[in-house]
Design a protein around this ligand. Structure first.
Ligand code: X2X
Length: 345
């Protein structure tokens, strides 16, 4: 009896040891440093989003989770359209990424690129902060990453070196750099322009050399990069598309963290996202739009479209909207249209 007890005791001790060693493995599985991918680094709002997230996580985990920023999507040689695949494969541990760059892999994300779907900031919020946002997070989760929070790149306004754009006719034959989802090539072709898809890394030299006449991006980037120095003398605010950002973590990395650390990382992403959205909108939500004044002060012609002028752009892109509604999923687009119609302004 005594020996049997001893044996049981030994077994129990072994089991306890076994459990202990599993727990110890989980602990040591923490990496010394995690790699966060970003297209735009600090000082852009996007870059700040990553920095604030990383700083909050480090502080709140007492350094258990250390994150290094890789702006310029340098972990994938600047090819932002590969970011989502690299995240899924673990080449990237975490990211704050644009819905546009992940759209080639997650077709539902093209929702935000449907031309003239979101007429104002309240419309963006109605999607990201509502049921549509939840649906998209479920899709991202099924696609192999852990989505945590929303941020914002912003309304993508068109700039060029040739002439003021007030109607689609003004864009005839203009060589425009467009981003990585084919919906952008479709839209710019509908405007009558001549779109070329290229990464942001390639876009900057292409603007400098005049290989392309124009581009579209949020206006904070215009002032930060002083785009008037690369010939961009004309800006039109048309509010055709805005790209949200999403804070995500690779699934295996997520699983390697304790529930308490997961909660910290999630809350830090929510806090950083909220802060960043306010920064991304600064200068554009105030009645006198100071950011537009700053740009005009650089000697740039800023054209704000009237409702009628804008309508001409809406009209020529309607077939693109209808075509891509099918790709995104009619149910999701219908839900988005409903949420926007019901938004509080
Ligand atoms: O490439 C762009 O234009 C940028 C920086 O806005 C994105 O990554 C979507």
């Amino acid at each position: 009896m005594k020996s049997r007890r001893t044996l049981l005791g030994l077994l129990a001790a072994a089991a306890a040891l076994g459990t202990f060693s599993v727990a110890a493995t989980a602990q040591t599985a923490y990496k010394a440093e995690y790699r966060m991918s970003l297209v735009l680094g600090p000082p852009t709002p996007w870059g700040q989003a990553g920095k604030v997230w990383a700083d909050l996580v480090k502080e709140r985990t007492q350094g258990r989770i250390n994150i290094k920023l890789y702006p310029g999507v340098s972990l994938i040689q600047g090819d932002q359209t590969r970011e989502f695949s690299a995240l899924r494969q673990g080449v990237i541990d975490m990211a704050v990424g644009s819905t546009i760059n992940w759209s080639p892999q997650v077709k539902e994300l093209n929702l935000f690129s449907l031309p003239f779907l979101m007429p104002d900031y309240a419309a963006i919020d109605a999607l990201t902060q509502g049921e549509v946002g939840k649906k998209i997070f479920q899709t991202l989760d099924k696609s192999g990453v852990v989505p945590l929070a929303w941020g914002e790149n912003g309304y993508r306004e068109v700039t060029n070196s040739k002439r003021p754009i007030k109607s689609p006719d003004d864009m005839k034959g203009m060589k425009m750099r467009v981003v990585g989802s084919p919906i952008f090539a479709d839209m710019f072709s509908a405007f009558g322009a001549n779109p070329t898809q290229m990464s942001w890394a390639d876009a900057q030299p292409a603007l400098s050399s005049g290989a392309v006449d124009g581009q579209e991006n949020p206006l904070f980037l215009f002032t930060i990069l002083k785009m008037h120095t690369v010939g961009q003398k004309f800006v039109t605010t048309w509010g055709y598309v805005a790209d949200p950002l999403v804070f995500v973590v690779n699934k295996e990395i997520w699983k390697s963290w304790t529930p308490a650390d997961q909660a910290i990382v999630r809350q830090a992403a929510l806090d950083a996202g909220k802060q960043e959205i306010a920064v991304a909108r600064k200068g554009l939500v105030e009645a006198d739009k100071p950011l537009l004044k700053d740009i005009a002060a650089m000697g740039v012609t800023v054209t704000q479209l009237s409702a009628t002028e804008r309508e001409a752009f809406v009209k020529v892109t309607r077939p693109v909207y209808d075509k891509w509604k099918v790709t995104v999923g009619a149910d999701l687009v219908n839900a988005a249209e409903k949420a926007i119609a019901a938004r509080k302004k």
